[in-house]
Design a protein around this ligand. Structure first.
Ligand code: MN
Ligand code: FE
Length: 356
C-alpha cells in the first residue's frame, strides 16, 4: 500500500483504502473521502439495495411484446383521426429522445457524483433500464414504419418538446463541463437541482403526462402493444422516481446546510416552470382534445402529480388539484389488473405495491 491510500479522496475517485469499511462512515456523496467506494457490503442504505432488487424483478424486453394489432390499426386509415395520430406521434417523439437524455445524465453526471456503492448498484441497473426504454421507442417506430427522421428529430424541431428537454439538459452541462465541488453549498445545490430536473421533473412529471395520454388509447383497446410496453416503462419509472426522491432527501439530511429557504423557493419555482412547460406541450399535442383527454384535464393531472412530488420532497403543495384520471392508479398495479388492456400478459417475477 502506498502512502497515497490514506489521502482523502474526491468525488469520482476509486482508490483502494487501507481501512476496513464500517457502514456508519458511509455517505451518499463524497463517500470516497471516508471509505473505500469499491465495497458494497456492509450496506448502509438498505432502501437503495431494495430499489435495486425490485427493479431486477421487473426485467422485460420490448421485443417480447407483439406489435401485430398496433400495426394493423396504424395502417387502417379509418382507425385514427388526424388529431389522434398527431398526439401519438408527438409522444413517441418526446419519449424517443428523453429516455436517452436520462441515460446520459445518469452515467455522465449522477454516477460520477454519487459515490456510494449501494446507490451506484441501483444506478447501474437504472442505466440498463434506460437503454431498454430507448430500445422500446426504436422498436415501436420501426414496427409501425413511422418516419424515423421525423420522430427522432422532434426534440429539436418541435418547440414544446425542445423547451422541455432544454429544461432538463440545462442542469447537465454545469455538472459535466465544470468541476462541481460538492463540499460547497453552491456545488451541492447545483447537483440537487440536476437530480430534481431528472428524477422529479423529467421522469416524475413530463413522463407521467405522456403515459396518461398514450394509455388513454389502451383503455379503448387501441395500440395495445405500445400500451403494454408503456405500462412496463411506467412501472420502471415509478421506481426511478422514488429512488431519486429518496436520494435527494437523504443527501439533504446529510448536508442540511444546502437546504436554505432560498434554495427551497428556487426549487418550487423550477417545478412550477416545468408544469407550465408540460401544459404548453399538452396544448400543442391536443389542440382540440381526443378520447376524453383535453388540455383542461391534463393540466389538472399535471398539477396533481406536481403537488404529490413536492410533498415527497418536503416542499409545500402549490395547486390542490384533484386527479382527473383515477384509472392511472389501477394501471400501475399489474398484479391486480393483469388484463387491463386484454393483451398478452408478461408477468413480473414479483411486484409489491409501488408508491408512484
Ligand atoms: Mn426511462
Ligand atoms: Fe427512468
Amino acid at each position: 500500500m502506498s502512502e497515497q491510500a490514506d489521502q482523502p479522496e474526491c468525488a469520482g475517485g476509486i482508490r483502494m483504502t487501507r481501512e476496513r469499511v464500517s457502514a456508519d462512515k458511509k455517505r451518499i456523496i463524497l463517500n470516497g473521502r471516508t471509505v473505500d467506494v469499491n465495497q458494497l457490503v456492509p450496506i448502509k442504505y438498505k432502501w437503495a439495495w431494495h430499489f435495486y432488487l425490485d427493479s431486477c424483478a421487473n426485467t422485460w424486453m420490448p421485443t417480447e411484446v407483439s406489435m401485430q394489432k398496433d400495426i394493423e390499426q396504424w395502417k387502417n386509415p379509418h382507425a385514427f383521426t388526424p388529431d389522434e395520430r398527431h398526439v401519438i406521434k408527438r409522444n413517441l417523439g418526446f419519449f424517443s429522445t428523453a429516455e436517452t437524455l436520462v441515460g446520459n445524465n445518469i452515467v455522465l453526471s449522477i454516477y460520477k457524483l454519487v459515490d456510494n456503492p449501494e446507490c451506484r448498484q441501483y444506478l447501474l441497473r437504472q442505466a440498463f433500464e434506460e437503454a431498454i426504454h430507448v430500445h422500446t421507442f426504436q422498436y415501436i417506430v420501426e414496427s409501425l414504419s413511422l418516419d424515423e427522421t421525423e420522430i427522432f428529430n422532434m426534440y429539436r424541431e418541435n418547440k414544446e418538446i425542445y423547451e422541455k428537454d432544454e429544461f432538463s439538459m440545462s442542469c447537465t452541462d454545469g455538472i459535466i463541463n465544470e468541476k462541481v465541488d460538492l463540499s460547497t453549498p453552491e456545488g451541492l445545490q447545483k447537483f440537487v437541482d440536476n437530480l430534481m430536473a431528472f428524477y422529479v421533473v423529467t421522469e416524475g412529471i413530463f413522463f407521467y403526462s405522456g403515459f396518461v395520454t398514450i394509455l388513454s388509447f389502451g383503455r379503448q383497446n387501441r395500440m395495445p402493444g405500445v400500451c403494454e410496453q408503456i405500462q412496463y416503462i411506467l412501472r420502471d419509472e415509478s421506481i426511478h422516481m422514488n429512488f431519486g426522491i429518496q436520494l435527494i432527501n437523504t443527501i439533504i439530511d446529510e448536508n442540511p446546510y444546502c437546504w436554505t429557504p432560498d434554495f427551497q423557493a428556487y426549487l418550487v419555482k423550477r417545478i412550477k416552470r416545468a408544469v407550465e412547460l408540460e401544459c404548453a406541450y399538452a396544448k400543442e399535442c391536443l389542440p382540440r382534445g381526443v378520447l376524453g383527454l383535453n388540455v383542461v384535464l391534463l393540466r389538472e393531472y399535471i398539477q396533481y402529480i406536481a403537488d404529490r412530488r413536492l410533498e415527497k420532497l418536503r416542499l409545500p403543495r402549490q395547486y390542490n388539484s384533484t386527479n382527473p384520471f383515477p384509472w392511472m392508479s389501477e394501471v400501475i398495479d399489474l398484479k391486480k389488473e393483469k388484463n387491463f388492456f386484454e393483451t398478452r400478459v408478461t408477468e413480473y417475477q414479483t411486484g409489491g405495491a409501488l408508491e408512484w
